[in-house]
Write a protein that binds this ligand. Structure first.
Ligand SMILES: O=P(O)(O)OC[C@H]1O[C@H](OP(=O)(O)OP(=O)(O)O)[C@H](O)[C@@H]1O
Ligand SMILES: Nc1ncnc2[nH]cnc12
Length: 186
């Protein structure tokens, strides 16, 4: 059973009204969900930040991981609002220190992400924040990195789930009981 969205219908409508569909981007056949109108609306962005921060605290997170690049924009202010440390998961080759890496496939390609393992402690419980859950490849790879770094998973929180791509099913095993919080199911 799908859990109820952790936001009111009013906030859902407000967020949805600020997400723009861009057909055939970045490839023919993909409808790109553009969040830049939402980011440009301080009331909507502020309400989203408050909601994500509250989810971090509700699920007992001690750190927040954001996924490059759009995940950074949502996760960093939520971490500050929640009073938690922020840890970036970056595309391969960007982080300067010793990294752990994980390759994965996503809706329109493949990539590799990395983390500075030293930024996580064994006692940490990490909330992963991103804008979109599509095939689930990116989120799944991030959970693998967090566990390989020796930390625990508090959950995954995304602004929107593209449910027709079945990312939830793909992620289920990696979550191993941790919550998946979705604000908008599309
Ligand atoms: O569930 P998946 O199929 O893995 O897709 C979701 C991921 O795709 C997008 O990131 P992208 O790699 O396009 O990076 P960007 O944020 O730098 O644009 C999005 O921000 C998610 O991280
Ligand atoms: N359709 C989509 N729109 C925006 N980001 C995405 N990441 C993966 N698929 C996406």
């Amino acid at each position: 059973m799908t859990a109820a969205a952790p936001v009111s219908q009013e906030l859902q409508s407000r967020l949805l009204g600020r997400i723009r569909d861009v057909p055939d981007h970045p490839k023919p056949g993909v409808t790109f969900k553009d969040i830049t109108p939402l980011l440009a609306d301080p009331a909507a962005f502020g309400a989203l930040t408050d909601t994500l921060a509250e989810l971090c605290l509700r699920h007992g997170a001690t750190k927040v991981v954001g996924l490059e690049a759009r995940g950074f924009i949502l996760a960093a202010p939520a971490a500050v609002r929640a009073g938690l440390g922020f840890v970036p998961v970056r595309k391969a080759g960007k982080l300067p220190g010793a990294t752990l890496g994980q390759a994965y496939d996503l809706e329109y390609g493949s990539a590799e992400i990395e983390i500075h393992a030293e930024d996580l402690d064994p006692g940490d419980r990490v909330m992963v924040i991103d804008d979109v859950l599509a095939t689930g490849g990116t989120a799944e790879a991030s959970l693998s990195l967090i566990r390989r770094a020796g930390a625990g998973v508090a959950g995954v929180a995304v602004l929107m789930e593209l449910s027709f791509l079945d990312g939830r099913q793909r992620l289920e095993r990696s979550l191993s009981g941790a919550p998946l919080e979705v604000l908008l199911t599309l």
